[in-house]
Write a protein that binds this ligand. Structure first.
Ligand SMILES: [Zn+2]
Length: 69
């Protein structure tokens, strides 16, 4: 059955790749701190890079499937 196979592939993929792969767009630092500021009701969250000082709501997820979209 196609559905069952898709489910297995989905779970298999989730196991292999972590759900969150976030990198700093400036220096590529993978260790970003999620700052929960008072603006959290405006923005879902800001990421702070302690290396280069970048602050922004970036979400860089490296997923191959999204290249087609
Ligand atoms: Zn950085």
């Amino acid at each position: 059955m196609g559905i069952l196979r898709n489910m297995r592939e989905l779970f298999g993929r989730l196991k292999h790749s972590k759900p969150e792969k976030i990198y700093c767009p400036r220096c590529g630092n993978p260790e970003l701190q999620l700052s929960s500021s008072l603006d959290s009701w405006l923005t879902p969250g800001k990421y702070v890079c302690e290396k280069c000082g970048y602050v922004g709501p970036i979400i860089m997820e490296l997923e191959e499937d999204k290249e087609n979209v």
